[in-house]
Design a protein around this ligand. Sequence first.
Ligand SMILES: Cc1cc2nc3c(=O)[nH]c(=O)nc-3n(C[C@H](O)[C@H](O)[C@H](O)COP(=O)(O)OP(=O)(O)OC[C@H]3O[C@@H](n4cnc5c(N)ncnc54)[C@H](O)[C@@H]3O)c2cc1C
Length: 634
Amino acid sequence: MQEFTTEVVETDLLILGGGMAACGAAVEAAHWAKKNGLKVTLVDKAAMDRSGAVAMGLSAINQYVGLKDGENTIENYVDYVRNDLMGITREDLVANIARHVDSSVHLFEKWGLPIWKDKDGGYVHEGRWQLMINGESYKVIVAEAAKNAIGADNIYERVFITEPLMDGDRCVGATGFSVRENKFYVFKAKATICAMGGAVGVFKPRSSGEGAGRAWYPPFNSGASAYFTIKAGAEMTCQEVRFIPVRFKDAYGPVGAWFLLFKSQATNALGENYMQTRRPELENWQPYGAVKPVPANLRNYLMMLDVMEGKGPIYMQTAEAIQKIAQSETDPKKAKKKLKELESEAWEDFLDMTISQAILWAATNIQPEESPSEIAAAEPYFIGSHSGASGAWVCGPEDIAPSEYFWGYENMTTVPGLFAAGDASGASSHKFSSGSHAEGRIAGKSAVRFLVKENLDNITYDDAVIEEIKSKILKPLGLFAETQDKSTQSDVNPNYILPKMFMMRMQKLMDEYAGGVTAQFTTSKPNLERALELLDLLREDSDKLGAKDLHELMRCWENVHRSYQAEAHVRAMLFREETRWPGYYFRSDKPGMDNENWKVFVNGKLNRGTAEWDFKKVPIVRVFGKERELEPVS
Ligand SMILES: Cc1cc2nc3c(=O)[nH]c(=O)nc-3n(C[C@H](O)[C@H](O)[C@H](O)COP(=O)(O)OP(=O)(O)OC[C@H]3O[C@@H](n4cnc5c(N)ncnc54)[C@H](O)[C@@H]3O)c2cc1C
């Protein structure tokens, strides 16, 4: 095996990830760090300009509350999030983001992001909370501001973070390796913000073989946030809450503009609108079945019932929607012009953020103004910033959080010195791109406050432990180099397992036993227990991962990270003995929602000493709406 050098970087604040939350953290932390003479360092596995979920751009900013113009209140947003998550949400965290998110959007505009304006100069809304943007360069604009704030010398791109560095129970930095040169990195830090996104590829994707790698969620994010926080010993929350987006089939194009802006309908193959024909089913999921908008998982569920009855494929009636809007113009010339406008908006919606969907439309002769397009439920993803909720359990804001949810520094996990934001922090869904940026800013400022207020001069690092981590991380390269000649073909060898095989094994077991696409998103206690047995065997084999180069070494660690997200998910679904989010997953042995026993958070923690998981119920404290009220735990 080739030699690897070690570079040690010492800093005050370490930001892991270069996505929306990390960029927010960088901008805010740099400001406060400068005032206090502190150093801020950021590490991204990719290049910040185009990394993370916003890499390709977006066509809408999904969280804008409009506080300045009195469009909505913070409480309105909290109500929306609570209802969409079937009652399971940290209202203090959601409110904290909601009160800061507009200022992130105003910063984006100041930095050059074109936001659509109406004739009176107001923002054009896609829906109540969403703003239309020309967002092809959204990420480039946000990254530029972050880079300017902390300076190029403090940014490490194409460095893959693997393990946390610990001093007792404190997080004191991270380790990683370059994906371009033989270099191992040790980042020593007094505070660390984890913002490495969610996880894709834990479950078998719909597109395998012919379209492997195609997914709704970006391939860059592979469970690093979950792994990092779990391994640091942080309490995790909502690990059972996965997100199943219904999107245009096979290229995962967004449906938001169609449903919200064009007011399009989705129907089964018989032309029936499942949101109407299946409406009585919503009675079984009250009070959430009665709210508007109907929670995302319930909308999914009504569609899935049609699919399970053989009434698919499901279609977005694009032609009908476009024609209806165009025909609202009585003058035929104007109607024709309007039709052209709508047609280009439809294509632009994809070209802004999911180019492959436009390519698929072109390849399959789809003209949205003439024919409908198939939509389908995707495989499960972990994205705490969208309609999922999985992530670390973090401290709330002092002025809103109930005492149960407050331990000193906003967005600090239960591990001293470790903060989380964006997809990495849990129970605060629907922050999206803008809210993740705002939450990053909150975490950045809070981490600097931690650095200033706490006495952090007594941190110790154990060189032997660092060497041990280094050899563990690089082991797959050595194993491959030493044993590749022991078979005639390097991809089939009894001495090692390649990351691709490892990933497919994990995806298959999660798909079949933990409620993936093949199992119609359905699972049960015996299935989940079987998944755990198989995950255990997979974990054993992770010690035998082999990598032929740096790229494959990254793939090895991506899949180890995913396997921890997989286990946390399976254990949390097993612990929660009810079905709360049909349409995301269904427990066939516990088919109903049980508010009396399960209207609680499910929190779990990996014991760093014993490597055993502990799960518990945590009460939901209502902050808004009704009087402050503790939801009972039994
Ligand atoms: C398909 C899709 C469509 C969306 N559409 C919209 C929309 O229309 N409007 C909207 O407002 N929001 C939308 N969102 C949500 C929005 O993109 C996310 O909420 C937001 O990007 C989350 O921010 P984050 O910083 O947590 O993660 P990300 O922005 O995804 O950033 C994660 C970062 O971590 C880095 N990273 C990952 N692993 C490692 C590692 N091991 N080491 C170092 N770095 C690592 C990545 O390279 C990346 O820089 C969409 C999301 C998806 C997936």
